[in-house]
Write a new protein. Structure first.
Ligand code: G
Ligand code: G
Ligand code: NA
Length: 254
């Protein structure tokens, strides 16, 4: 199996790549942005998803190094698309290990500083609500500091933690990403639909936008539109794809 040393070598050999999954407004047809999803282009095993390697380094300082690589690679990609005339917000997943660094906001500022031509609002952080399990006051301050740099913030896998409502209230998120477990059964399960309806109401009271994750079919999309959830991401819209494919996808979608 893969070891920490393999992963470190892979990072330095440039074997990691970002895939991108679009987020859209199903009502207006607008493409809102894309989520960067990490992949390891393994020389023997091919393209590996995060489940194959993130657990190995989750608690290790290498997770911080890889996380900073992800942010930098996302900024590079934003710049490349910008130079092609495509101004597309990109979100990156921030792991718990990264958020435990007290100077995370300073590191983010330094990374952004390398890209003075990029508006910080084009970068968005996706943070699991469970990342706040440690010290809510501290993480909330850290995320406020990040928001102060101008970047967006979404609460990922919303609804799966033990204190979702506390996080909704205390964390300075702009967007709530409803976990796919609540979306999967909305066509058959009135209770999931009720939960989603509740989240929409709450989020709107807090001035947050809501995006549904894991939208796999047309029927799911139609149901979401019917209850007023316009923003969506999922295989039914587009699978994660290489960066080079995204501009053509955006052009076709519009
Ligand atoms: O990419 P995939 O669709 O297989 O994602 C699986 C999980 O890995 C998701 O929960 C996703 O948030 C997470 N993930 C994907 N890319 C990154 C990344 O760059 N950093 C972190 N910390 N998690 C990621
Ligand atoms: O936790 P996070 O939201 O980052 O999860 C992203 C993960 O969900 C990635 O593994 C991505 O490939 C996967 N994903 C994206 N859209 C869908 C979908 O419509 N259905 C399923 N089952 N997984 C999806
Ligand atoms: Na995410």
């Amino acid at each position: 199996h893969e070891s920490l040393e393999h992963l470190r070598a892979a990072l330095h050999a440039g074997e990691f790549v970002l895939f991108f999954q679009p987020k859209v407004n199903m009502r207006t047809g607008e493409v809102l942005g894309a989520e960067a999803l990490l992949r390891w282009q393994h020389p023997q095993q091919g393209l590996l998803p995060p489940a194959h390697f993130l657990p190995i380094i989750e608690e290790h300082p290498l997770a911080v190094e890889l996380g900073n690589w992800v942010i930098d690679a996302a900024l590079q990609q934003i710049r490349e698309w910008q130079q092609q005339g495509l101004s597309l917000p990109v979100s990156v997943n921030i792991g718990a290990r990264q958020l435990r660094q007290r100077d995370f906001a300073r590191q983010l500022q330094e990374l952004l500083g390398h890209y003075p031509d990029i508006a910080p609002r084009l970068l968005e952080l996706e943070v699991l609500e469970t990342s706040a399990l440690g010290d809510l006051a501290q993480i909330s301050q850290l995320l406020e500091d990040c928001r102060g740099l101008g970047v967006g913030l979404s609460l990922d896998d919303f609804g799966t933690g033990y204190s979702s409502l506390t996080y909704l209230k205390r964390l300075p998120a702009t967007i709530v990403k409803v976990d796919q477990s609540f979306i999967r059964d909305i066509l058959e399960d009135p209770e999931d639909l009720a939960i989603l309806d509740g989240i929409l109401g709450l989020a709107s009271a807090f001035g947050r936008q809501v995006i549904a994750e894991g939208v796999e079919t047309r029927e799911h999309g139609d149901m979401l539109l019917r209850i007023g959830c316009d923003l969506a991401q999922g295989y039914g819209i587009a699978r994660p794809m290489p960066a080079a494919e995204l501009p053509a996808w955006v052009a076709r979608w519009r």
